[in-house]
Structure formats: C-alpha cells, structure tokens
Design a protein around this ligand. Structure first.
Ligand code: HEC
Ligand code: HEC
Length: 156
C-alpha cells in the first residue's frame, strides 16, 4: 500500500519535469549535463554606446579580461580615476561615484561604487535568452498614440 501511494505522489512531478523548458538548457533533459556554448569574445570596439535612459550605467566597450578587481586593487580606477584620465583618455567616473549614501561628496571613490561590475558590464554578440521589448523615452514620445488606450482625463 505504501508503495502505491508513493508512486501516485510522484506522478505529477514526472509530468511537470517533461513539460519543463528552460531557455538556457534548451531541450536537454534535467538529468543530463548541458554542453556549454563556446565563450565568445566581448565587444572591444572602444565605441561608447548611447544609453537607453539617462540613469543607465554605461556598458563597457572594451575587454576587461584579467583586470584585477578585489579588495587589494581596482584595475578600473587605474584609468577611470580623476587623476588618471589625462593619460588614459578614459571617461572619468561621474560625480555620483564620489557620493556616499547621504549625498555627501567624498574625496575618493565611494565604497558603494567600488565593485564596478555590479553595475557596468561588457557586451557580447549573443542571442538573448529572453526577448526584450524595451523602448526608450524618445521612441515612446515620437510614436503615434495607441488608439485603444484610455483617452486623457480632462483636468479639474
Ligand atoms: C587601460 C585603461 C582602462 C582600464 C584598465 C579600464 N578602462 Fe574602461 N575605458 C577606457 C577607455 C579609454 C574608455 C573609452 C572608450 C574606449 O576607448 O574603450 C573606457 C570606457 C569605459 C566605459 C564606457 C563609458 C561611457 O560613457 O560609455 C565604462 C563603463 C568602462 N570603461 C568601465 C570600466 C570598468 C568597469 C573597468 C574595470 C573592469 C575598466 N573600464 C577598465 C579605459 C580603461
Ligand atoms: C551602484 C552602481 C555603480 C557602480 C558600482 C559603479 N557605477 Fe559607474 N555609473 C553608474 C551609473 C548609474 C552611471 C550613469 C549615471 C551617473 O553618472 O551616475 C555611471 C557612470 C559611469 C561612467 C560614465 C561617466 C560619465 O560621465 O560619462 C563611468 C566611466 C563609470 N561609471 C565607471 C565606473 C567605474 C570605473 C566603477 C568602479 C570603480 C563604477 N563606475 C562603479 C553606476 C555605477
């Protein structure tokens, strides 16, 4: 009797495992190891890309392979620090990177901006796993109004 109950309890799990589809795993069954795709070269064009909105952390248009970024050293700051930009011709970290969480300006990079890769990422030419329908604000403002949208309410 025990055995039958156990089998009955397992049945729904088996069904959902077969239906399960993961964009990253593809069709590989869950009990098998996937073959990882080859690592591609990141964008190293050195062309700064426009941002999708004003507050976006700009993406990194150069290779960062092998750059040390830990508690002992920050390779990024060797080019992006205020005092290094003349030599490196890299854009300086912006003023927000000097602010602490109360909005006070520090003399140096704020600790909360130390780990650059929390916000800035390199890019690679890959097919996105999840489709993205993001439109920037200029596109939104310039597109014809949606006729199905609710009409604007008159001001009182
Ligand atoms: C050898 C100098 C150097 C180092 C080290 C370096 N960068 Fe850069 N970075 C540049 C230069 C120069 C540019 C301007 C575009 C270009 O030439 O690639 C740039 C551009 C950028 C941009 C784009 C800024 C914008 O406004 O579009 C970001 C973000 C950035 N770097 C982040 C980083 C991060 C994060 C690291 C560390 C992982 C790093 N960089 C290390 C020199 C450097
Ligand atoms: C908590 C998120 C965060 C971290 C961590 C961070 N940044 Fe940024 N960064 C931003 C945002 C957001 C912007 C764009 C708005 C702004 O300037 O604050 C930016 C802008 C920049 C720019 C462009 C500045 C300009 O004036 O065009 C550079 C270069 C940059 N960051 C480099 C770095 C480097 C190097 C580090 C690590 C030392 C770093 N950032 C850490 C969020 C971050």
């Amino acid at each position: 009797m025990r055995k039958i109950i156990a089998v009955l309890l397992l049945l729904p799990c088996l069904a959902s495992a077969a239906d399960f589809y993961d964009r990253m795993r593809g069709n590989v069954p869950l009990d098998q190891t996937t073959q990882p795709p080859p690592i591609v070269n990141p964008d190293n064009s050195d062309v700064r890309r426009s941002r999708n909105y004003a507050m976006q952390p700009p993406i990194i248009p150069h290779k960062i392979e092998g750059y040390q970024l830990d508690k002992n050293a920050n390779r990024c700051m060797m080019c992006h620090a205020r005092t290094r930009t003349q030599e490196s011709q890299a854009p300086m970290i912006s003023v927000t990177h000097f602010m602490d969480r109360d909005g006070n300006f520090l003399a140096e990079l704020s600790p909360r901006r130390y780990f650059c890769l929390q916000c800035h990422v390199p890019q690679a030419g890959l097919n996105p796993l999840v489709n993205n329908q993001f439109k920037d604000v200029d596109t939104m403002l310039n597109q014809a109004p949606d006729p199905s949208a609710a009409p604007p309410q008159p001001k009182k």
